[in-house]
Design a protein. Structure first.
Length: 358
C-alpha cells in the first residue's frame, strides 16, 4: 500500500512529506487508516533533542494514534472495519515478563514512532492483539480524532493513578497541568480524590477549574520551593489530606517540575513520575528512606486497562474536547514550531487531509 507520511530524516532537520510503501500485514498485523495522531513532548525529544529512536532513520514519528482497520492479516480478520485506539506501548503478551504482569517492561514491546513507523501518516502497520476497539457511536461533542490522546496522554495517566493506589479521599498533587497532567487530574478526581494542580501557567489551571477537574489550583510561577511546600500543605489540610500519604504526580517533564514534585515528599507519600525530561535533576535521595516514601515511574499503559480508561472518557468523567485541538496533518511542521514556542493551548491532534497530497 502506498501512503503519505512525514519522515524524520535527521535530528533538528525539518520533517519530509513523502510517499512510501508499507508491507502487506502479516497474519497477526493490521493496517490502520489514521483518523488522528497526537503530538507529544516525546516527539520533540526525538526530533530536537536527539533522544535516540530504536528504529533507524528515516522514521515516521507519532505514537498517539486512532483510526480504522482497513486491512488485516489472516489471524486478525475480526478487526476489519473496527475503529481502534493504537496503544503507544504494545507488549508482546507472550513473554515471561508479560505473563508475570510486567507488560510495561516487555523486551519485545513496540512503540510506534520509535520501534516502527508511527502515525504522522495516512496509514500505519501495527500488531492487532493490543488494539482497543472504539464504539462506532460516540457521545455528543466527542469526535473519533479526539480519542488519539487516549493512546498515551490519557492511558499513561490512568496507569499511573491506578498503580499509585490512589483512592477515595486521598490527597493528590499534580505537578504540571497541561497535556498528561490535565488528564491525570481528571482521572484522580474520577476516583474521588482531593486534587490540587500546580503549574506555572494560569490559563492551564483555569481550564481545569472550569470543567471541575480539580478541587484547587496553585500557580507556582516565581515561588520558591519553601513557599510551594507551605502552600501545598495548607491545601492538604483544607482538603482533609493531612500531612501524610500524599500522592504526587510529576507530569510536567521539566527539571523544575521534577524537583518540585520530589520536594513535596512527605511521610508515606507516593511519587509517580510520568513526564519525561532528558536532563538531570538534583534531589535528596535519602528523603525516600526518611519518609518511608515510594517513587515509581510509569511507562505506557497495559492493553488490558484500556477499556476501563476509555470508559471514563465515554461516560464523561474525563473530558477530552476542552483539552484537545485538531489540526490538518499537512500543517504538522507549523504545529511543531508552535509547540517549540509554547504557543499551543491544548493537546494537538493531527488529522490527515488533502494538503498531504491525498
Amino acid at each position: 500500500m502506498r501512503v503519505r507520511a512525514f519522515e524524520m530524516r535527521a535530528v533538528r532537520e525539518p520533517l519530509a512529506l513523502v510517499e512510501r510503501q508499507i508491507a502487506e500485514p502479516s497474519a497477526t498485523e493490521v493496517v490502520v487508516e489514521v483518523v488522528g495522531c497526537g503530538l507529544c513532548h516525546t516527539d520533540l525529544g526525538f526530533l530536537d533533542d536527539g533522544v535516540p529512536t530504536r528504529h533507524p532513520l528515516p522514521l515516521v514519528l507519532g505514537h498517539e494514534i486512532v483510526g480504522r482497520v482497513v486491512e488485516a492479516g489472516s489471524a486478525a480478520r475480526n478487526r476489519l472495519g473496527q475503529n481502534v485506539i493504537v496503544p503507544a506501548v504494545m507488549a508482546c503478551g507472550q513473554c515471561a515478563l508479560c505473563c508475570q504482569g510486567r507488560a510495561e517492561i516487555c523486551r519485545a514491546q513496540i512503540f510506534p514512532g520509535c520501534d516502527v513507523h508511527g502515525g504522522f501518516a495516512t496509514h500505519v502497520l501495527v500488531p492487532a492483539h493490543a488494539l482497543c476497539e472504539v464504539p462506532k457511536t460516540l457521545p455528543k461533542g466527542l469526535e473519533l480524532a479526539h480519542l488519539a490522546v487516549v493512546a498515551d496522554a490519557v492511558s499513561t495517566a490512568f496507569a499511573a493513578v491506578k498503580k499509585s493506589g490512589l483512592g477515595q479521599g486521598s490527597f493528590a498533587v499534580v505537578v504540571g497541568a497541561g497535556g498528561v497532567g490535565g488528564f491525570a487530574a481528571q482521572i484522580a478526581k474520577a476516583r474521588v480524590a482531593k486534587v490540587l494542580a500546580l503549574d506555572v501557567d494560569e490559563s492551564r489551571l483555569a481550564r481545569l477549574a472550569e470543567v471541575n477537574a480539580v478541587d484547587a489550583t496553585l500557580c507556582v510561577r516565581g515561588m520558591d520551593p519553601k513557599a510551594v511546600r507551605k502552600a501545598v500543605r495548607e491545601h492538604a489540610h483544607e482538603a482533609g489530606g493531612g500531612d501524610t500519604c500524599w500522592h504526587i504526580f510529576e507530569t510536567s517533564g521539566t527539571a523544575a517540575g521534577q524537583e518540585t514534585a520530589y520536594s513535596l515528599l512527605t511521610h508515606g507519600a507516593v511519587l509517580s513520575v510520568v513526564g519525561f525530561h532528558a536532563g538531570s535533576v538534583q534531589i535528596k535521595l535519602s528523603n525516600l528512606m526518611a519518609f518511608a516514601a515510594r517513587a515509581e515511574g510509569t511507562w505506557g499503559c497495559p492493553a488490558e486497562l484500556f477499556p476501563a480508561c476509555l470508559e471514563l472518557v465515554l461516560d464523561g468523567r474525563v473530558q477530552l474536547a476542552p483539552f484537545v485541538e485538531l489540526f490538518p496533518m499537512s500543517q504538522l511542521p507549523d504545529v511543531l514550531d508552535r509547540a517549540r514556542r509554547h504557543e499551543l493551548t491544548a493537546r494537538p491532534v493531527l488529522v490527515p487531509d488533502q494538503g498531504m497530497g491525498l
